[in-house]
Design a protein around this ligand. Structure first.
Ligand SMILES: [Zn+2]
Ligand SMILES: [Zn+2]
Length: 454
């Protein structure tokens, strides 16, 4: 389906209007023009990605087949460092353990940051794709499969493609590109590691920042939002302390499995009865460990969970309810008070209104009704660390699946695997193409806005 181009479309005033010609690869040569319209620019970017695609495809499949876990991304980082050096970036490795900072200076002007993640997940890929990962590694003392089931490989490839495209378009902007590859997003520790290692003191502090994430919606589509874009994520640890004994003599024991089980069920009333039902809040117990054998009532049960919210007041209310429920469950069993630790995690990503407004105009024209504002995602994301360190930013999402498959799924067909599913399988080409196009236009919009002093 073809998009209708809006009439009287927006034009971008670029920093260097006296453009004679520029070439992206050898495929496109845009005419000399004082102003460049978004549709022409979009087409130039797409043509560039098309000619670069065989290389990007090989990079994507290589990274996909050889994923690495948080803070172990040595080979992945080395691959990206080599790609960025080949494009002409000045690359510093080992920032925040395995992170990269790649700078490209192109005259005076603002510094615009683009971030990708480097890490994969400790799980087995079950997509059956020819380039599926079969790699294993040691994680927390155990051997595990590793898979790019969150699609960070799509982000890395789009990041390299965007860098290449922006350098090809360097007559269109002035300033510095700051491309960062961040380790350990999945354990929400990598952004902090890079900041602690001097990301904004050893290197320039960006005037604006961008990141993208893929998701289970049609490729070619871009979703975004102003304001809150992801959740506050806090960690929950509870140890119920019982008295162990024989499974056949329960009256001599205080059963921690019963306590933990009751807690897992009862804590959901904090969500359904205590919290305002119109406000977002989730508590999920993802790990439940107790006991060793069928006939032994263990001494203790340990639960690990996650608490997700958008608003601080909802967050405080939920913390209170969770603690109260855990203590009450122990009191009912006549057990000692449980150990409860709620670790403050990552804050919500809050998109900057001005950065979004500028990018919005350009992306709306480029993508038409395939660029849509959506509600915030309930996942958490440590891109918020850069925002909280003072970088006004925009975080957006790109789709990965064939639109026909999505339509079938929405009409009651088989659901499409989401991020973190072992079946998560983006269609590489149109997804990466959209990632590069959207990110390139977003970065150009930020340069353009700053050049005009808006
Ligand atoms: Zn993830
Ligand atoms: Zn992710």
């Amino acid at each position: 389906m073809r998009e209708k181009k809006p009439k009287g479309g927006l034009t971008l005033q670029f920093a260097k209007p006296l453009l004679t010609a520029f070439a992206l690869g050898s495929v496109v040569a845009l005419p000399a023009h004082a102003e460049l319209d978004v549709a022409t620019l979009k087409q130039a970017i797409e043509t560039s990605v098309e000619s670069e695609y065989p290389k990007l495809d090989a990079l994507y499949k290589d990274i996909h087949a050889h994923p690495e876990l948080a803070f172990q991304e040595e080979k992945t980082a080395a691959k990206l460092a080599a790609e960025m050096r080949a494009i002409g970036f000045d690359v510093t490795e080992r920032v925040g353990k395995t992170g990269l900072v790649a700078l490209y200076k192109n005259g005076d002007g603002p510094t615009i940051m683009v971030r990708t993640e480097l890490d994969a997940l400790p799980m087995e890929e079950k997509t059956g794709l020819p380039y599926a990962s079969r790699d294993k590694t040691i994680w927390q003392g155990r051997e595990t499969f590793v898979a790019h089931s969150c699609g960070h490989d799509i982000h890395m490839t789009s990041w390299v493609g965007t860098a290449k495209t922006l350098v090809g378009l360097k007559n269109q902007w002035n300033g510095t590109l700051m491309f960062i590859a961040q380790p350990a997003e999945e354990v929400v520790a990598g952004a902090r590691a890079m900041l602690t290692d001097g990301l904004f003191t050893r290197f320039p502090k960006p005037d604006a920042g961008f990141a993208l994430h893929d998701g289970a919606f049609p490729h070619g589509y871009v979703n975004y939002r102003v304001g809150v874009g992801s959740s506050n994520g806090d960690g929950l640890y509870i140890k119920f302390k019982g008295r162990g004994g024989h499974g056949a003599v329960p009256q001599e024991t205080v059963d921690p499995v019963m306590m933990a089980s009751r807690f897992v069920v009862d804590v959901q009333t904090v969500i359904s009865r205590e919290k305002d039902p119109t406000e977002f809040g989730v508590v999920s117990i993802g790990s439940f460990h107790a006991g060793t054998a069928d006939n032994i009532i263990p001494d203790e049960a340990v639960l690990l969970g996650t608490i997700r919210t958008f608003k601080p007041e909802v967050r405080a209310k939920m913390h209170d309810g969770i603690e109260r429920t855990a203590k009450a469950v122990a009191a009912m069993a006549n057990a000692p008070a449980p150990d409860i630790k709620i670790t403050e995690g990552i804050k919500a990503v809050v998109n900057d209104a001005a950065v979004v407004a500028t990018a919005e105009k350009v992306l709306k024209e480029a993508f038409g009704d395939k660029f849509t504002a959506t509600p915030p995602r309930t996942a958490s994301e440590d891109f918020s660390e850069y925002i909280n360190a003072g970088v006004p930013s925009m975080f957006f999402n790109i789709g990965v699946y064939d639109p026909e498959r999505v339509a079938v799924a929405r009409n009651g067909g088989p659901p499409l695997p989401d991020n973190h599913s072992p079946m998560f399988a983006p269609v590489p080409k149109p997804t990466i193409q959209t990632g590069v196009t959207a990110m390139t236009l977003a970065v150009l919009s930020a340069f353009d806005q700053r050049a005009k002093g808006q």
